[in-house]
Design a protein around this ligand. Structure first.
Ligand code: G4P
Length: 531
């Protein structure tokens, strides 16, 4: 029998279309870890739930590269988990949440094709969810919502939808709808599948067909009769007054399909994920200096979105996280670093599985690979196979909210201090500013832990003790237009320069910022700067 030959490029296309690369965005404690764990279980990647959790508690931390991480029992930097499910290759890029929330967290979102927003049904939209949501929104990627903790008494589902629409300014479409909650929780109704997923506590869910109007014996057998009239009323309301479903709006991130469930009870997780696979797209073309780069372009390309230091404490090596955008990555291949034109042989590369890291021999668009880096890469770098160099569109820089004046305690250590500052800042977890005349160093970070990590590493890796003074300012804006005069500045509005010499204003608080804008409307200020 003659077998059909599948060409390399065709094979690569099949690989790409089966990929889904996404991040879970949420506020701490909403249930991101629990949901991730349940997804990994679906893919059979972990033997039992608890692996991810254990990591979080520090018990089995696989990346105990720093004392801080151990002490705090948290993972300082985000990682990637890869698993297979229903012929799909899934990459979940983790977004660190607790005290380790950082610019890295934001930047991770530039490497994903969609996001899952987990909301605690008892709390609604919380601060961190909103911040992360805004970044996803800016990128125009699909955002699916999982409203969690239905096993607990929470907010009214209609109120939650209203909150999503008002606070996040996005249309919502509930794909599933809860039948009761807390102690009265019976299950959810799937408006697409026209079936009820019956909640049975620790037992696996049962699925019962229901057209939303005619109560069959089977429905009556599993759902408390008293709950059905309000379910039917609510479904009618959603059908008549709710948003219409639009796949196009899902794709451009202006409508979020909403699902209800309980991650801890593993309820609604599988049906959510099955729908997720249908509602999200495989990796899409990415903008570059020579136009859009198609994922099916046979030539390998990717970009560095994150640099993580010292995974191996014995070395000062770093790992550059690369999102593959086109072609096929093969270990040992030679690529060109577009920024410098330098050729690099990618000999040592890693892939991230749920529980461990292993050498990767090949990877396709959508995948995330880790490359050993002895200081070659910078965040935002493009690498391309072959000679045709181009650059992917710049990654945005996000404004820090905390600022510290920093200097070496021992002035004799100045050389080490400068070296350490520059190398660590390159990794992108903190921003460095200088004051115009004296060139004082100011560090800016999104989360406070970044300063502690920075201080620790300056001592451990460069032998420099730091003196750090927290500043009162909490807003940074790039000056993108208008003529800034010294007379506009005072102790509450400070002018500094970023690493590239771009002018930045630091404001003491939102009130001071607004006053400044009212007084000097010609000065154009921006929260995000394209690198
Ligand atoms: P995070 O990663 O978003 O921070 O949240 P995580 O999954 O760690 O969950 C935060 C807390 O919420 C955990 O409780 C977890 O068990 C609980 N939780 C997650 N999903 C659900 C759910 O569907 N229903 C209910 N009732 N609780 C849920 P904890 O007490 O902080 O930790 P643990 O002692 O349970 O591990």
């Amino acid at each position: 029998m003659k077998e059909r030959t599948i060409h390399m490029s065709e094979q690569s296309n099949i690989q790409t279309s089966s990929r889904r690369t996404f991040a879970i965005i949420s506020h701490p404690d909403a249930g991101k870890t629990t949901l991730t764990e349940k997804l990994l279980l679906l893919g059979g990647s972990i033997r039992s739930a608890g692996t991810v959790k254990a990591k979080k508690s520090g018990k089995y931390a696989t990346s105990d590269w720093m004392e801080i991480e151990k002490q705090r029992g948290i993972s300082v930097t985000s990682s990637v988990m890869q698993f297979s499910y229903r012929d799909h290759h899934i990459n979940i890029v983790d977004t660190p949440g607790h005290q380790d929330f950082s610019e890295d967290t934001y930047r991770t979102l530039t490497a994903v094709d969609s996001a899952v927003m987990v909301i605690d049904g008892t709390k609604g939209i919380e601060a961190q969810t909103l911040k992360l949501f805004k970044v996803c929104r800016m990128r125009g990627i699909p955002i699916l919502t999982f409203i969690n903790k239905l096993d607990r008494e929470g907010k009214d589902p209609l109120e939650l939808l209203e909150e999503i629409e008002e606070v996040l300014e996005i249309e919502s479409y509930p794909v599933t709808w809860p039948i009761g909650m807390g102690k009265r929780f019976q299950g959810t109704y799937d408006r697409f599948e026209k079936q009820i997923e019956v909640y049975r506590g620790n037992e696996e869910s049962l699925f019962v067909n229901f057209d939303g109007e005619h109560v069959t014996d089977e429905v009556a057998e599993h759902i408390n009769e008293g709950m059905l009239p309000s379910l039917m009323d609510e479904l009618t309301l959603l059908n008549e007054a709710g948003n219409e479903f639009s796949m196009e709006k899902v794709k451009n991130g202006t409508l979020t399909p909403v699902f209800f469930g309980s991650a801890i009870a593993n309820f609604g997780v599988q049906s959510f994920f099955n729908a997720f696979l249908q509602l999200t797209s495989p990796p899409q073309p990415r903008k570059s200096s020579i136009g859009e780069i198609d994922v099916n372009n046979p030539e390998f390309s990717g970009f560095v979105f994150k640099i993580q230091a010292n995974m191996n404490p014995a070395h000062r090596d770093r790992i550059a996280f690369v999102r593959v955008c086109s072609g096929k990555f093969e270990r040992g291949m030679t690529v060109t670093l577009s920024r410098t034109g330098k050729k690099i042989k990618l000999g040592q590369s890693q892939q991230f599985l749920a529980s461990e890291r292993e050498t990767v021999d090949e990877a396709y668009p959508g995948d995330i690979i880790g490359l050993y880096d002895a200081g070659t890469y910078q965040i935002g770098d493009t690498i391309v196979g072959g000679n045709n160099t181009f650059k992917f569109e710049a990654l945005p820089t996000f404004p820090p909210e905390l600022f510290m004046k920093v200097r070496a305690k021992n002035a004799m250590k100045h050389k080490h201090f400068d070296k350490g500052m520059n190398q660590l800042v390159q990794e992108g977890a903190v921003q460095l500013y200088r004051t115009p005349f004296f060139g004082d160093y100011i560090l800016g970070a999104v989360g406070e832990l970044q300063f502690q990590v920075f201080e620790y590493r300056m001592k451990a890796e460069y032998g420099v003790d730091l003196e750090m003074i927290m500043m009162r300012h909490d807003i940074a804006k790039w000056v993108t237009g208008g003529e800034l005069k010294d007379s506009m500045l005072d102790s509450r509005v400070m002018k500094v320069e970023d690493r590239e010499g771009n002018p930045v204003l630091l404001f003491e608080n939102d009130f001071v910022y607004r006053m400044f804008q009212d007084k000097y409307p010609d000065i154009k200020l921006s929260s995000v700067l394209e690198l």
